[in-house]
Design a protein around this ligand. Structure first.
Ligand code: XLS
Ligand code: NI
Ligand code: NI
Length: 435
């Protein structure tokens, strides 16, 4: 069955095209700095929102009627959903997708049956990947929806639940490896607390570190060579999520000596929930050499929750691509659209419009960021701003050869330092000149 008969294949037509089912900026094979645009951007579709989303919210049931959801037998439905997914990926022209174990295969009566369901669906997915050339950017385990995980997974007060999470992640990692996944993600679904009155914070931190160490050990045993990623988020579903933001996760990893084993998966909407910009979170990760991958979406600045909207803000995309390019671009990571159409966008066609908008936004972001980098005016400005550290006392500071006494001698001999302009308005206007 064809699930999206209205769409043949979304292709690049350039910015003057009036056809909404084409790309205006995303030209996959165009060479940018010697590399294809698609290899810079590495777009992925999020299975949970795009295939499994039903358009529900806290006040109402699903408003979307997806034809692949009408199949009554759960395993048949899962298989049909996979066919719809690959038709969508192919017509849209993305190279990657991402999933949770429970998105692609239903949970069974018991753990073994859940594993069997997943194994069967993985075989079907393997074939569809081979036939289409579409690849898995990352897999993950849903250790937060089932009521057993009400009090967390890798931080659960009950070791039986902790064990369940370990077993589930083991199997999800195997599925990810079987499908050639390039990364494996840990988003701390319910790793956090609702109230400190019932929480042993120190013990839960310790448990979480043990859980992650066991994942690292199993990754080795399995020979999985993808990157392990942690996706920070400050709140939701719990009041306080332990993986609050990039800085918190990096500190945690260093405390438990896990910093060489994990990189970060930065989600734009999670950044703003933490009171940061997307650019900030990417910059903190990049500065630690830990920028792994990106969940590209956007929040609504007037709402305090994870609205997971398709990203359409050019400035945000430019700033994000600047950080990503300056960090050397993606290796195993990519831009995963962890985004859903609004509840009122009830048509299958809206899935295309959302992704096309997002892909064009990031294609523009890349093109503009590359121009800014090539012109090097911004880079030069920053280099000049810190030029004092290239010689004299400044260079000694960076070499670890300066001390307070030398500073005192210098300050006593020198005249009062005068601030130089930071030129913020000039720089903001400089960015506008590229947009
Ligand atoms: C939820 C997260 C989730 C992860 C994958 O807020 O963004 O979707 O990306 O578990
Ligand atoms: Ni996400
Ligand atoms: Ni999110």
């Amino acid at each position: 069955m064809e699930y999206f008969p209205e769409v043949k294949k979304v292709s690049f037509e350039g910015k003057d095209s009036k056809n909404p089912l084409t790309f205006k900026y995303y030209d996959p094979d165009r060479l940018i700095l010697g590399k294809k645009m698609k290899d810079h951007l590495r777009f992925a579709v999020a299975y949970w929102h795009t295939l499994k989303g039903v358009g529900s919210d806290m006040f109402g049931a699903g408003s979307w009627k997806r034809p692949w959801e009408t199949v009554s037998d759960p395993m048949r439905r899962a298989e049909e959903t996979l066919y719809a997914a690959f038709e969508f990926f192919t017509k849209l022209g993305v190279d990657y997708y991402c999933f949770h174990d429970r998105d692609i295969a239903p949970e069974g009566q018991n753990f073994s049956e859940s594993c069997k369901n997943l194994d069967y669906i993985v075989k079907v997915a393997r074939k569809l990947q081979n036939d289409s050339g579409i690849k898995l950017l990352w897999g993950t385990a849903n250790c937060f929806s089932n009521p057993r995980y009400t009090h967390g997974a890798g931080t659960n007060p009950d070791p039986k639940v902790f064990a369940y999470a370990c077993a589930q992640v083991k199997h999800a990692m195997e599925a990810t490896q079987e499908l050639g996944g390039e990364n494996y993600v840990f988003w701390g679904g319910r790793e956090g607390y609702e109230t400190l009155l019932n929480t042993n914070y120190a013990l839960e931190q310790e448990l979480f570190a043990r859980f992650l160490q066991m994942a690292v050990d199993y990754k080795r045993e399995l020979g999985f060579d993808g990157t392990l990623l942690i996706e920070p988020k400050p709140k939701e579903p719990t009041k306080h999520q332990y993986d609050f933001d990039s800085a918190t996760v990096l500190g945690f990893l260093r405390q438990y000596n896990l910093q060489d084993e994990f990189k970060l998966n930065i989600e734009a909407n999670h950044a703003t929930l933490a009171g940061h910009t997307f650019q900030h979170e990417l910059t903190v990760a990049a500065a630690a050499g830990a920028l792994g991958s990106v969940d590209a979406n956007t929040g609504d600045m007037l709402l305090g929750w994870d609205t997971d909207q398709f990203p359409t803000n050019i400035y945000d995309a430019v700033y994000a691509m600047l950080v990503i390019q300056q960090a050397g671009g993606f290796t195993t990571g990519g831009l995963n659209f962890d985004a859903k159409a609004r509840r009122g966008s009830v048509d299958g066609l809206d899935l295309f419009y959302g992704h096309i908008a997002a892909m064009d936004t990031f294609a523009r972001g890349l093109l503009i960021a590359v121009k800014i980098i090539e012109d090097s005016m911004l880079e030069q400005f920053i280099a000049d701003r810190y030029a004092g550290y290239n010689s004299g006392f400044g260079a000694k500071v960076l070499a670890g050869k300066a001390d307070f006494r030398q500073a005192e001698v210098l300050v006593t001999a020198n005249e009062e330092p005068v601030p130089a302009s930071g030129r913020q308005e000039y720089l903001e206007n400089l960015i506008n000149s590229y947009i």
